[in-house]
Design a protein around this ligand. Sequence first.
Ligand code: PEP
Length: 246
Amino acid sequence: MIYIANWKMHGNSRDIESLNPIIKLSKQKKYRNIKLVYCPPYTLLDLMKRKFINSKIHVGAQNCHFNSEYGAFTGSINSKMLKSIGTKYVIIGHSENRTDGDNDLIINKKIKSALQENLKVILCIGETLFEKRKKLTKKILKKQIKNSLYKVKKVENIIFAYEPRWAIGTGIIPKTKTLTKNIIDIKKILISVNKKLNSAKILYGGSVNSQNVKEIVKIKGIDGFLVGGASLNSKKFIDIIKKSIN
Ligand code: PEP
């Protein structure tokens, strides 16, 4: 199981101490085989990496610029910079960045630039509420996956996070039946796009908490969770891990 904590635009240097319980958990025999990745804001990547130095927890960025080279892109950070400070993962295509203008073409460029730097990509895909209501989910997922992976070579370094955009931060999650179907569809689409993706990891994200995770984890094909709000609090995040492992 893979657990990704997305801190979004939260946290400062004082919050690093709150990670002690998760470091402790990661060292327990029972949780030795889970993969834990923390994605704080850029400002905390280096500090967090140092905090995790004697543990197996990795750090990831929440985004990167699409340009692989340095350049005149004020306020941006690219994958080369992320790599230089020991970042291992990067989230690409998050719903909040799609809302801010990231489209499939930009996402495709970001993926290529991240993979070029040997970063592991966490690619977020998912439909809006409008698209869901119009029964376009499968079509949208297919479009997002196909376009994002266009001429991408090292696909085995991509983890997929199915995050229905209407489920993020709303407290609403998909019905079990719908989520089961969507995960099956994603699996089929991935294999149709590239055979190497038959063992790709698929995570679920969107309002995961310690209560609903017990049901979601039973769904076949879900290999872990991308957690936003609940990951800001170590106790809540640990609860999610414990409830989905037991
Ligand atoms: C996210 O930010 O990717 C996310 C899933 O957020 P939340 O868990 O708060 O819905």
